[in-house]
Design a protein around this ligand. Structure first.
Ligand code: ACO
Length: 456
């Protein structure tokens, strides 16, 4: 069995130091700099003479400038627009690899050889079916349930089927959980789609590739064998590769934080799905199409842009915490969109999207804030031309990101420096004060029935 990769311990030979002087005490400190970072815990030694002073904290809401881990998985240079998985440029992986090859790479640190790849594909294919109770569980959702909310709770529910997955320090258990998640998330996602559409659930076809099988579960009707459009298969394979990991983003940080409590991987993954659901994160691809629908016509774009600049909402699909130049994934997605549109015809909203991009990239507001299109700007257009409903776009993102979440979760578990995630705070509430109730406890109503409440 191939081992999961681990992060290397930090070099203990740091020679660079940061000299700081505390103006409160006039004392000076030398703080080691390793890999361009100081350890926030080294700041604790900087304290006043007050014996209750716990030491200096670093304050960094939203982690704007704090590294929470060492990681060997994904490298991003946001200024240069570089994205690499385990050293391999994203452009080359998108061009030549498969999603499952990338999923292996993310976990193990090296590309699989033929034997490892064949075994991995076999294992994933073998585990695509879900327990029949999962199907009943999904049927319990309302007809208009958002598929991300369904996916989130269903992945959490998987933990009930695999109680031994809680043995997270047993490598065999981790491996089988990782295979189960990669194999079953597309099945659950497709079931969510069918539920919302009122279509019969289509079971996996294990003769098909990972992407073809997913498309089959989504689109197959009465035909005995589903044959996917090769342009769609290629597009989805590339989009899955592009979305597979993105270092310490919101959802990955959620997976790491929840996983750091040593909960089972299904629960940790569901935290990632919840984070991805948000419109500032993976939910943005859905919001891009809603925004384009609101703009309605190219002639309305200048007015819309003025509204954004005046603070009336954001230009969805633009901006990124890390990329301060063109998101390298967005470039690939734009080219991919052209390939798909060649097959299915130009999407009616493409004209609006292109014009939005053109105007934004030449407007001082967006230039000065380094706001470029991110990966979500064009993905929605591709997904829609493949006939996926808007609500389903983020689910497609989640299928792909499962590979990255799992690799990051395992890296966190095996990292000897990691402990339960527990940030500090700067308390801004009242000083101690005596309790003096402001309600009359004698007249507090007891529990009421629904009927009583309605009668009022
Ligand atoms: N439209 C208009 N203005 C924007 C946008 C935008 N999309 N994004 C940022 N800005 C402005 C902010 O208002 C702020 O302006 P100010 O300095 O005058 O106050 C400035 O640019 C800096 O923005 P921040 O919010 O500080 O940037 P942050 O790094 O916190 O946010 C984020 C990044 C959340 C991605 C943001 O750019 C955004 O909301 N974009 C739209 C949603 C989106 O597309 N999300 C997908 C991200 S990719 C992904 O998760 C897969």
């Amino acid at each position: 069995m191939a081992k999961a990769s681990t992060v290397e311990a930090p070099a203990e030979t740091a020679t660079d130091t940061l000299e700081v002087q505390d103006s409160r005490t006039e004392r000076s400190f030398n703080i080691s700099i390793t890999d361009g970072a100081i350890r926030a815990s080294d700041l604790k030694q900087i304290r006043t003479d007050d014996e209750d002073d716990p030491g200096l904290l670093s304050y960094d809401p939203a982690f704007l400038n704090t590294a929470a881990c060492r990681s060997a998985i994904t490298y991003i240079d946001g200024d240069k627009g570089i994205l690499r998985y385990r050293g391999y440029p994203i452009e080359q992986l998108a061009e030549g690899s498969t999603f499952l090859e990338v999923a292996w790479l993310l976990r193990h640190g090296e590309l699989p050889n033929q034997g490892q790849y064949d075994q991995f594909v076999h294992d994933i294919t073998y585990h695509t079916y879900v327990h029949e109770n999962m199907r009943k569980f999904l049927e319990g959702f309302r007809y208009d349930a958002h598929p991300m909310a369904m996916l989130n709770s269903s992945v959490a529910a998987l933990a009930t089927f695999y109680p031994t997955s809680r043995n997270i320090f047993d490598e065999r258990e981790r491996t089988i959980s990782i295979i189960r998640l990669l194999a079953k998330v597309p099945t659950i996602a497709a079931f969510c789609y069918c539920h919302v559409k009122g279509l019969p659930f289509i079971y996996p076809d294990n003769d098909l590739s990972y992407v073809e099988n997913f498309l089959s579960m989504v689109a197959r009707m009465s035909e005995p064998k589903y044959e996917a459009n090769p342009a769609f298969v290629r597009a989805l394979e590339v989009l899955f590769i592009l979305h597979a990991d993105h270092e310490q983003n919101c959802s990955t940080s959620a997976v790491r934080a929840v996983g750091s409590s040593h909960v089972d991987p299904f629960s940790a993954m569901s935290a990632g799905i919840a984070a991805l659901f948000g419109p500032l994160h993976g939910g943005a691809n859905e919001q891009v199409l809603r925004m384009i629908a609101e703009i309605e016509n190219v002639k309305n774009i200048p007015q819309f842009i003025e509204g954004v600049k005046a603070g009336k909402g954001k230009l969805m699909g633009f901006g990124h915490r890390v990329y301060k130049s063109y998101d390298p994934r967005a470039k690939i997605v734009k080219a991919l969109a052209d390939e798909v549109f060649e097959v299915v015809g130009v999407d009616k909203d493409l004209e609006i999207a292109l014009e939005l991009e053109r105007i934004a990239l030449s407007d001082e507001y967006f230039i000065s804030r380094k706001l470029y299109p991110n990966v979500d700007f064009y993905t929605g257009l591709i997904y829609r031309s493949m006939a996926f409903p808007m609500e389903f776009f983020t689910v497609l993102f989640a299928i792909a990101r499962t590979a990255g979440w799992l690799a990051q979760w395992e890296e966190m578990l095996l990292d000897k420096e990691q402990k339960i995630a527990r940030p500090r705070q700067i308390y801004t509430g009242p000083e101690e004060r005596p309790y003096k109730s402001r309600i009359d406890h004698r007249h507090t109503a007891g529990p009421r029935t629904q009927k009583d409440a309605l009668r009022q």
